[in-house]
Design a protein around this ligand. Structure first.
Ligand code: NAP
Length: 455
């Protein structure tokens, strides 16, 4: 009777270390962990002890007998991961060794940003007895994209904030809200008062389309900020008066936006959605959201989990060739099969997933695709987040990240990065935990070379 990992899996891998029989994979030390869409429980090995459920911060794991109708496909998705014939061994995944600092004063660390990357880094530093962490956040509230990026109809994912509350409640944790580094304090100020500074500032800008009309009437990241009440985005207005909206790009952000635009607003009433956005969505005349992808179905950037989530609440239609080209990996094959297996659309709003389509221009009437005009009121580009340069730090313009070695910023003193500003805007909330672990281990190794060892 297996337990099953479902949609809200955040990849923090706590469950991996809680499992007494090594039945959850990929583990952080397996090569496919970095690219995994989620973690999977081997139904043949699971002993149904429930330890993983307790360890999961987002309620993603359930006994198979307690799955809701929309979660049933995850039984097969979990089991399917183990059909590749790969031997994942029976040796338990080994939790990382405790951090040890040399004798002397424990480290005082400044962290810039308070999103998931920052909070996991703080948690890691605070495993060192006596260590202190000062977290600096420019906004008046903490937790970054965990608060302002996660869709309001995903309360399970938003529950990760409770884990961050526990981290923030530890001795040695201090939170400084409304403080912007570069404006209120400088990098030099932080270095003067701390042994090390970690930048966990994320990727707060968005990538822009290089075509006439640019980002259209806005970007998906602005729209997400607007419906989540982000202070930088409350003033936006979006045209919801025409029957069609178009989103360019088909990652999970695009699916979040498509879902929010097509859900019955009644389903959003008891969520944390901004009241202004809810009022606007109640008056919306949008009937169809077309999500445009430049590549084919098997290359969809969204995850299978989020496609299943979308299918369970709105009509989803595919426009594109669903022929299996052969030779697909596990993840792409799964996506293609889910897209092939869509229900006949019922009444009501719909999301159209359209493939092999590259817009040539965005006009006030909609999106031009060669000779075709796809009429739309709202046109959002959703082609990914983008990191911004950080004052006093080097910046790689090509990747929009800060160059580093295992988290240590190149050419600087006692300065580190973690999260999206380190590795680019990819992965899930919990992916930041392994990322932060690497950075803090580098920081501690450097710290130990500086603190004199007593004779
Ligand atoms: P993303 O996953 O990187 O997707 C970007 C999309 O934009 C892709 O479809 C990409 O197409 C397309 N694109 C890029 N450049 C383009 C161009 N010049 N013209 C046309 N299309 C272009 O980005 P995202 O959706 O912003 O998500 C960011 C990260 O947050 C991801 O790791 C995502 O999984 C995560 N996230 C997760 C959740 C969740 O778990 N519920 C929710 C939101 C975000 P190609 O593939 O062809 O490049």
């Amino acid at each position: 009777m297996p337990h099953v990992v479902t949609r809200s899996c955040c990849n923090d891998a706590n469950c991996v270390y809680a499992c007494p029989v090594n039945c959850i994979h990929p583990t952080p030390d397996e090569p496919d962990f970095a690219t995994a869409e989620m973690l999977y429980i081997d139904p043949k090995a699971c002993v149904d002890c429930g330890a993983c459920m307790t360890a999961c911060p987002v309620g993603a794991i359930r006994p198979h007998t307690a799955l809701g109708a929309d979660q049933l496909p995850f039984l097969e998705i979990n089991a399917d991961f183990y059909t590749d014939g790969r031997d994942r061994g029976t040796v338990l995944a080994i939790p990382p060794a405790p951090l040890e600092v040399r004798e002397g004063a424990p480290p005082r660390v400044a962290i810039v940003g308070s999103g998931p990357a920052a909070m996991y880094a703080a948690d890691e530093v605070l495993t060192i007895p006596g260590a202190t962490v000062d977290v600096y956040e420019r906004l008046p509230v903490p937790y970054g994209l965990a608060r302002f990026g996660v869709a309001p109809d995903h309360p399970d994912t938003r529950a990760v904030a409770e884990t961050f509350d526990l981290i923030a409640a530890q001795d040695g944790f201090r939170l400084h809200l409304g403080v912007e580094i570069g404006r209120d304090l400088t990098h030099a100020d932080l270095l003067a008062d701390h042994d090390a500074v970690i930048y966990a500032v994320g990727a707060s800008a968005d990538r822009r389309l290089d075509l006439p009309g640019g980002a259209g009437t806005g970007t998906a990241t602005e729209f997400v900020g607007w419906y989540n009440g982000h202070p930088d985005h409350t003033g936006h207005t979006f045209d919801l008066t025409r029957p069609r909206a178009v989103i360019i790009g088909n990652g999970n952000v695009a699916l979040d936006v498509a879902r929010i635009l097509t859900l019955d607003p009644a389903a959003l009433e008891r969520t944390g959605i901004s009241r202004d956005a809810l009022a606007a969505l109640r008056d919306s005349r949008i009937e169809e959201v077309v999500v445009l992808a430049r590549r084919g179905p098997a290359d969809s950037a969204f995850t299978s989990s989020e496609l299943l989530g979308l299918k369970s609440v709105v009509n989803v239609v595919v426009e594109g060739d669903l022929t299996d080209p052969g030779g697909l990996g596990h993840t792409a094959a799964r996506k293609l099969s889910l897209l092939t297996d869509l229900d006949e659309p019922g009444p009501g709003r719909r999301v159209v997933l359209r493939y092999h389509t590259t817009p040539t221009e965005i006009t006030p009437e909609g999106v031009r695709i060669g000779d075709e005009l796809l009429e739309a009121g709202l046109v959002l580009s959703s082609i990914g987040y983008r990191g911004r340069p950080v004052p006093d730090l080097p910046f790689d313009e090509a990747t929009c990240t800060v160059p580093h070695e295992n988290g240590r910023v190149r050419g600087t003193d006692r300065t580190y990065v973690t999260g999206w500003i380190k590795r680019g805007p990819n992965g899930f909330i919990g992916s930041n935990k392994t990322c932060a672990r690497e950075t803090v281990r580098t920081l501690v190794a450097d710290f130990n070379t500086r603190v004199p060892t007593p004779a």
